[in-house]
Design a protein. Structure first.
Length: 436
């Protein structure tokens, strides 16, 4: 028996084979995500899976993403990262009222185990695929959260990790990777430069780079967010789901996840409308949807939403198709709006999200204003990461907190002042700020 984190010496599962999304060429499980015939993307081939689980079977299993194992690419039991997934889905009536939505839930991936973002899901499937392929060193190209998740999950599995990020990421994303003892390399360049470098490294070394040569298995983890949303709503589908986009994988896999639940007879009704959000300073997928074009036009990212700053998104076309097919749409928001989104979520739900979550909240507000999401909708917001990872975003945005001597008179003076004016005026009397 493996412990909850798995142990590197336990026997690993096997993998389902791969099939090309474009030309249909089949191939055995391998460290590649590109078709050797047409260079199209390989995806997991589930055609040999004919048995679907029942609701009762799923409900009887431990609270992790592995309760949906029939929809995941392992054959046999996973051996690593057994505790990932099953994050809270919490109803948010105060935020719903502020946004003008009938009912609203937050899927809170900011408390994901072990690294506080939804990237724990994709690493959970990828690291088991790596083990199945006998890979001893894993790694990734990352905008921050994936780096955290790979480093944490490699550490407890006893695997080596090589992790590549843009050199200038937020401090918490750097520290929250380096602490696990992985080989962290900071690259002078954008994420797109880092990604190109990692494609070359995948040809050179026998590493399993989770979002490069293990990408076909990696993406499958995202589907479980859709599975959980449906189960946690009591085996029902919401009418709309809003999620942030970087490479576009999450939004495209949400559609797959909801679709397979309907096909398996586990839920009834129509697919939720899928809405993808980006920061205006890096919105190549939004631009594609809004313009009706059929090719991504890469951009140079200029936004504080670093976790979403991918200028040339690998799954952009698939994400756009998922939004189109479900009659959803997209929203791009300014950096100022995303900061307001972070604050609004915190003040109405008690959930502190990172920049990507701010983009989602602000994007949802924009979609309501535009009439795309209506008052009768039942909406789920995918809040994909934790606010403590990007506190830089709030620099200068919050009221100063007063500093006082431990004397009753000083607090009495503050309270009296605040009763007369507003808190921030009082605070500026004896001030401190986030930057100090
Ligand atoms: C990576 C990431 C996303 C988007 O992921 P894609 O699947 O690449 O679109 C969203 N939110 C956060 C916090 C992320 O780290
Ligand atoms: Zn092909």
């Amino acid at each position: 028996m493996a412990d909850v984190n798995g142990a590197s010496d336990s026997k690993s599962a096997a993998l389902l084979p791969l099939v090309c999304r474009l030309c249909g060429e089949e191939r055995a499980p391998a460290l590649t995500s590109i078709c050797s015939n047409c260079l199209g993307p390989l995806e997991v081939d589930y055609r040999s899976r004919t048995l679907h689980p029942t609701r009762q079977q799923i409900e009887s299993r431990p609270h992790s993403l592995w309760r949906y194992r029939e929809f995941l690419p392992l054959v046999g039991e996973p051996t690593l990262s057994l505790d990932v997934g099953f994050t809270p889905l919490v109803e948010a009536p105060r935020l719903a009222r502020r946004l003008g939505i009938h009912r609203l839930w937050i899927k809170n991936e900011g408390v994901s185990n072990p690294s506080l973002s939804f990237k724990d899901r994709v690493v959970a499937t990828a690291i088991n695929a790596a083990a199945a392929l006998g890979v001893k060193t894993i790694g990734c190209a990352s905008t921050g959260n994936l780096a955290n998740a790979v480093a944490a999950q490699a550490a407890r599995a006893g695997l080596d990790a090589w992790i590549f990020i843009p050199a200038d990421l937020e401090l918490a994303k750097v520290v929250g990777t380096a602490v696990y003892g992985s080989r962290l390399v900071r690259v002078r360049g954008t994420y797109d430069d880092v990604n190109r470098l990692c494609a070359q490294l995948a040809d050179e070394y026998d590493w399993g780079l989770v979002n490069v040569n293990l990408r076909s298995y990696y993406g499958e983890g995202s589907k479980t967010m859709a599975h959980e949303i449906a189960e946690q709503l009591g085996w029902r589908l919401p009418t709309a789901v809003v999620a942030p986009m970087a490479g576009g994988s999450l939004v495209s896999k949400l559609k797959t996840g909801f679709t397979e639940l309907i096909r398996a007879g586990l839920v009834e009704g129509e697919l939720p409308r899928l809405y993808g959000t980006q920061a205006a300073g890096c919105a190549p997928i939004c631009n594609l949807v809004e313009s009706g074009a059929d090719e991504i036009r890469p951009v140079i990212p200029r936004t504080i939403a670093r976790s979403l700053a991918i200028g040339n998104p690998a799954d952009g076309l698939f994400a756009a198709a998922a939004m189109r097919d479900t009659r959803g749409w997209t929203a791009q928001v300014t950096d100022q709006a995303l900061v307001n989104g972070i604050r609004l979520l915190a003040e109405t739900t008690g959930i502190f999200t990172e920049t990507a979550g701010g983009v989602t909240v602000a994007g949802a507000a924009a979609l309501v204003s535009a009439g795309r999401i209506g008052p009768r909708d039942e909406v789920v917001l995918c809040i994909t990461g934790n606010g403590l990872k990007t506190i830089e975003a709030l620099e200068g945005a919050l009221a100063d907190s007063p500093v006082v001597a431990p004397k009753l008179a000083e607090v009495e003076r503050l309270v009296a002042q605040i009763r007369r004016s507003d808190f921030s005026t009082a605070a500026s009397v004896v001030s401190t700020s986030l930057s100090e």
